[in-house]
Design a protein around this ligand. Structure first.
Ligand code: SF4
Length: 82
């Protein structure tokens, strides 16, 4: 893996860890609920929890305002930077 790839993977791992920490602490509940409602109507949602495109657990991912739906052809929800 190239240096750029390692940095990208490390950044994603950090975001996942923050998402789970937010999930455990109940951070950004309203934002997550709004996004998860959209995910529940998406054909890419597997088992009601995991996005088939990015592999993330949506209840954690959706708590991060800087995250966005990974479906580049149809972003169902976007970044919400405050
Ligand atoms: S593609 Fe977007 S809307 Fe669909 S499950 Fe993944 S994150 Fe949610």
């Amino acid at each position: 893996m190239c240096c750029k790839g390692i940095k990208k993977t490390a950044k994603k791992a950090k975001q996942i860890a923050i998402g789970y920490a937010y999930l455990a602490a109940g951070v950004n509940e309203e934002l997550s609920a709004r996004r998860v409602r959209i995910c529940r109507n998406c054909p890419n949602l597997m088992g009601g929890m995991v996005c088939a495109i990015c592999g993330c657990e949506v209840h954690a991912k959706t708590r991060l305002p800087e995250e966005e739906c990974p479906d580049k052809k149809n972003r169902r929800w976007t970044k919400e930077i405050v």
